[in-house]
Design a protein. Sequence first.
Length: 132
Amino acid sequence: GTYAALAVGVAFLFWFFGSALKPPPDPARALNAAVEATLTHLRVINQNDYDWQEKTIALNGKPPNGYKYKLRNLKTGESVEISLTNFADADGNRLEPWRMTVAEVWIGDEKEGYRPFTPPPIQGALVPPPFQ
């Protein structure tokens, strides 16, 4: 009797804590996007089969770092163009495109996590030659 009750209690605790400690949803499955950067704008395309709601886009740093922009919603298959000067860091400093290019783009939210995307090189941009 006592051992059976103890075994059931231990099994319950494993189940309870096991379900409470589940890892967050896989961010690789959560978000699918295409990103393109120009010298002045960022273009983001929602490639998921669902609409995005309240996503954060961060440039050159994974949130809470980087220059962030709050995207209200983006329907599946649609794109949005955002001026790079609309992105701001935690101190409210705006991104200055004449000083910095977009190296990485993070998209997501606190609940599902953030996923990094690398924009293709800007066409016509001056790229220094590789080290010899």
